[in-house]
Each structure stands twice: as structure tokens, then as C-alpha cells.
Design a protein around this ligand. Structure first.
Ligand code: GLN
Length: 538
């Protein structure tokens, strides 16, 4: 029987609802329960796929090809449970479903309204696709009091009323500030936030108080009294030194214990916190650093490359080094500055990307890495740029480019239907871009005795994709003759998935996004190997 845990946030945003939900999920899973995590986002986009990282941070891609909120990345990294399309919903998706149905006459002449039609659709989503899970943790995006999130809050209130309180639990995460001037911890914002929640009909069962320092018993009692929550269910979460400490911290605060107690369940076994303790120790005590340069368009925006940053840190944990990320805006990268900028850099990474801005800087940086034998990892767009660089400078195809960026180029990168047998003609490129991406898990077969084969220790792999353009396979032989090997191919041999350079210590490009599958407790082999190469560089 599934039990539903709803996590709301109050006072301010960015309190770490995602991390709290993910940590709780880990603790429950580790005690033998089957857990599922879901996210409800109050914005009107149907999914975050079309949003710029400037707006919403990274777009996280699931195995089944959904473009989702980056919180699903936290969930997967902490629990190792693969999310699905059905685990993320937005206001936009709900409304579009309801309106579609209305157009088809699905409401039998009724007036279609937020209550009950929108809220019913939200409740359907909460229960959809649930089989034998013990717990479904649903995080509601935004902050209580926002106009946007009201239909979701109303829906979970109705849900709890229908399913019964014994099957539903409300957790509210708030902020408890410390005022330096009066040397006091303030509970009033929490009281107001809970009041707001109660005015919509929801009485939280557990309050998680985010705070910079420990909350004294008196203040916790005050929260308990004013917010009508048992004192043991007022749980503090003090800023952790590294996010990997979060599951340990929530365990020490007995969050999982209180959740199980609420549902009258027993712990099946003690949660295993040793792996988290081990990596926390490594992260906090490692002195040796390697400098990795990331060259991209959104480098100054926190969260724009969330999974990538994490995967690099995981690679560092594996190699017991601290990864120092040097973020370089590709727009500002002048050719003549490259040598100076990369002086202390031991590895270069070009992440995924879209559009022309900043591409020439990326190509120059790749040339530098290739010629100076600096470890290089190109991800998706980064791999495509490496192909262009090689075609221009080694194959001497001066007009080599991607038809995404230049319709008049020689398309070494293009849409799959764009090249003829000789690989040069562009046929009709002005197609509708919507729904044409290769998304989600695809298989690749790896060439025997290649670097990538040694790294993965496997003949076939499955990785997540999110791109529209492909490497032009018709000129594969020309690349290989000059030393750039297509060492990973789609099972039908049509689509190049991985490239690697012979006579270079570590130069690999991948058409997929390995970062989505890296976990702190099981770092991705590609990142472990890349960081190892960087560690050994110079
Ligand atoms: N813009 C490129 C494409 O659509 C690469 C996308 C990416 O890096 N995710 O193929």
C-alpha cells in the first residue's frame, strides 16, 4: 500500500526541499522500503525542455526521455532510483491536458473549473503509475502563499481528505533566521508560513526548520505550540558542510523515525550511512586539487550544469582529489589568450549546448587541448565541436561546421536526413524543431580495445541523450585515417556515439550526457577516468 508524503516549502525559496526529499527517500529506501519521488512544478511551461538554463537551471533527462526539473537529478543521485516521465508535472501540462479534453467534449457540457477539474487532474497525476511502492514523496515547487502553487496545495488537501490521514503526511520546510543584532533565533516567519498553509486547509505533521545554527529547545517548543505540531516533529536542519552530509544529518535529527512513527511502521533495518560518511570525509579532507576548465555559455549561472558539476565532483571523490572547476565563458575566450588561461588547467571540458554564440572560442580551446595533449572531454555539443575542429584543422575542410549554426557550411554535424552519399549536401533544413530531439536512453556498441571500451569495461552501454543533430557518418573513414576514431556507434552502425583521439593521453567526445547517470556513491566511469587523466597530467 502506497503512503503519500507531501513536501511544501515556506518563507523563502531555495531552502533545499529537493535535497530534504531525496535524503528522506534514501533513509526510507535504505531501511527496506520501496520509494518513489515526484515533483510538481507550478509554472506554465508544459515541461522545462524549452526553458533557458538562465531561467531554470539545468534540464534533467530521464531514462525514458522526459525533460524534467533538475530536482529529479538530486532524487536520482541520492536514491539511485531512476525517475520516469510520470514523475514530473507542471501547471502547463495539467492545463493543456484539461483543455485538450474539454475540446474533445470530455466534460459533457460542464463548466470547466480549477476546482474540481484541474485539482482532479493533479490528483490523478499523484497516483499515476504507482504499483508496489511503500512511499511516494511528492515535492511541491515554489513557496506556500504563491498564487501559482495554490491549485497544487488544494489538490493535496483534497487528496489527503479522500485517502485518509493515515495514508498521507505533510512535511513543511521553513526558514528560521538568526538575527545577529539581537543575537536571536526568530520563529515568527515559520509561524506565519504555517498559518498560511493552515488557511488553505493543511495542517503540517512535520516541520523541518532550516537554520544556520542549532535551534534551542525553547524556540522549538514555541514552533511546536504555535504551529500545532508535536515537539518531536519539529526537526532542525543546520547548513551542512557538503550536501553528502544531508542524509546523515536528517538521520541524526530522526526525520525518518518520525515519518515511520506517523505511519505506524517499523524500521526494517538500520539505514546504512557508511557510504555517505566515507565520501563526506573524502570531500572535507582532500587537499590535492585538479583544475578542470569548463567552457560554456551559462558557466556563471549556478545550477545551469548541475549534473555535470556533480559528476566531476564524483570523479574527484573516486580519485581522492578536489576538483576545482574553472568556469570560462566561451564568448569571452579570445584565441590569443587561450595559452595563458589554460596554464594551470589539467583537463578541459566542453558541455552540451545549443546555438552559435561562443562556438569559435570552444573550437579554439579544443584545438589547444588536442595539440598540447591536455585531457579533453566533449559532451554532446562539445563532441560536435571537437568533430568540427578536427575537420577544419586536420582534414582541411575549411567550411566544416554544423547545420545548426550555419546553413551554408559543410555539415560534418547535421540533421540525419541532411547529407547525401558523399556527405556534403544539405537538403531542406527548415523543419519544425519541436519533437525532433533524440531523448533518453539509447544503446551504443563500443569498439574492442578502444579507450572507451577499457573505461566502461563493457561492449555495450546505454546512456541518456538530448540532441537533435548528429555526426555525419559518411565521412567517418577520413577522420579515422587521421587518427580520430569513432569508437562507439549506435547498434545499426548509423550514428556515431563516441569519438576518441589516437596518440593523445585522453581525448574523448560523447554524443550523450553521461553526467545524468553519475552518482556520488557510484561515480560514472567516464568522469572517474577523465579526472584520473587530469590528475596525472604534467
Ligand atoms: N545543439 C546540439 C544538438 O541539438 C547539441 C545539444 C546538446 O549538447 N545537448 O544536437
Amino acid at each position: 500500500m502506497a503512503r503519500f508524503i507531501f513536501v511544501t516549502g515556506g518563507v523563502v525559496s531555495s531552502l533545499g526541499k529537493g535535497l530534504s526529499s531525496a535524503s528522506l527517500a534514501y533513509l526510507l529506501k535504505s531501511q527496506g522500503y520501496k520509494v518513489r519521488l515526484r515533483k510538481m512544478d507550478p509554472y506554465l511551461n508544459v515541461d522545462p525542455g524549452t526553458m533557458s538554463p538562465f531561467q531554470h537551471g539545468e534540464v534533467f533527462v530521464t531514462d525514458d526521455g522526459a525533460e524534467t526539473d533538475l530536482d529529479l537529478g538530486h532524487y536520482e543521485r541520492f536514491t539511485n532510483i531512476s525517475s520516469k516521465q510520470s514523475d514530473n508535472i507542471t501547471t502547463g501540462r495539467i492545463y493543456s491536458d484539461v483543455i485538450k479534453r474539454e475540446r474533445k467534449g470530455g466534460y459533457l457540457g460542464k463548466t470547466v473549473q480549477v476546482i474540481p477539474h484541474i485539482t482532479n487532474r493533479i490528483k490523478e497525476f499523484i497516483k499515476k503509475d504507482i504499483t508496489n511502492e511503500d512511499f511516494v514523496i511528492c515535492e511541491i515547487g515554489g513557496t506556500v502563499g504563491d498564487i501559482e502553487s495554490l491549485p497544487f496545495i488544494e489538490a493535496i488537501r483534497q487528496f489527503s481528505n479522500e485517502e485518509g490521514r493515515s495514508k498521507t503526511l505533510f512535511i513543511h520546510l521553513t526558514f528560521v533566521p538568526f538575527l545577529k543584532s539581537s543575537d536571536e533565533i526568530k520563529t515568527k516567519p515559520t509561524q506565519h508560513s504555517v498559518k498560511e498553509l493552515r488557511s488553505i486547509g493543511i495542517q503540517p505533521d512535520i516541520i523541518i526548520c532550516r537554520s544556520q545554527q542549532s535551534i534551542p529547545l525553547d524556540q522549538r517548543k514555541k514552533i511546536s505550540l504555535f504551529c500545532n505540531v508535536p515537539i518531536d516533529n519539529v526537526i532542525e536542519t543546520i547548513d551542512v558542510r557538503t550536501i553528502y552530509e544531508a542524509p546523515i544529518s536528517f538521520f541524526n535529527q530522526k526525520l525518518d523515525k518520525q515519518v515511520l512513527k506517523y505511519f505506524k511502521l517499523k524500521s526494517k533495518k538500520r539505514p546504512n550511512l557508511n557510504p555517505w560518511k566515507k565520501i563526506t570525509k573524502i570531500v572535507l579532507n582532500t587537499k590535492k586539487t585538479v583544475n578542470i576548465a569548463i567552457i560554456g555559455k551559462y558557466v556563471n549561472l549556478k545550477d545551469a550544469y548541475k549534473s555535470l558539476d556533480e559528476a566531476l565532483i564524483h570523479g574527484g571523490i573516486y580519485n581522492k582529489v578536489k576538483v576545482n572547476l574553472i568556469r570560462i565563458e566561451s564568448d569571452n575566450l579570445k584565441k590569443n589568450e587561450i595559452k595563458k588561461k589554460f596554464k594551470n588547467v589539467s583537463g578541459l571540458l566542453i558541455p552540451g549546448g545549443f546555438g552559435k554564440r561562443g562556438t569559435e572560442g570552444k573550437i579554439s580551446a579544443i584545438k589547444f587541448a588536442r595539440e598540447n595533449k591536455v585531457p579533453f572531454l566533449g559532451i554532446c555539443f562539445g563532441m560536435q565541436m571537437a568533430i568540427i575542429e578536427f575537420a577544419r584543422n586536420q582534414l582541411k575542410i575549411k567550411k566544416a561546421g554544423s547545420s545548426e549554426l550555419d546553413k551554408n557550411c559543410y555539415p560534418v554535424i547535421g540533421l540525419i536526413n541532411e547529407w547525401d552519399k558523399d556527405g556534403i549536401k544539405i537538403k531542406g533544413t527548415d523543419k519544425d524543431l519541436g519533437g525532433t530531439m533524440r531523448l533518453g536512453l539509447y544503446e551504443a556498441k563500443l569498439r574492442n580495445n578502444s579507450a572507451i571500451n577499457r573505461i566502461y569495461k563493457s561492449k555495450t552501454i546505454k546512456e541518456r541523450h538530448r540532441h537533435r543533430y548528429e555526426v555525419n557518418n559518411t565521412i567517418k573513414d577520413k577522420f579515422e585515417k587521421k587518427g580520430l576514431i569513432f569508437s562507439g556507434m549506435s547498434p545499426d552502425d548509423k550514428l556515431p556515439e563516441i569519438i576518441e583521439l589516437k596518440n593523445h593521453p585522453w581525448f574523448i567526445g560523447v554524443q550523450f550526457h553521461p553526467e545524468f547517470k553519475s552518482r556520488p556513491l557510484s561515480p560514472h566511469p567516464l568522469f572517474s577516468s577523465f579526472i584520473k587523466a587530469a590528475k596525472n597530467h604534467k
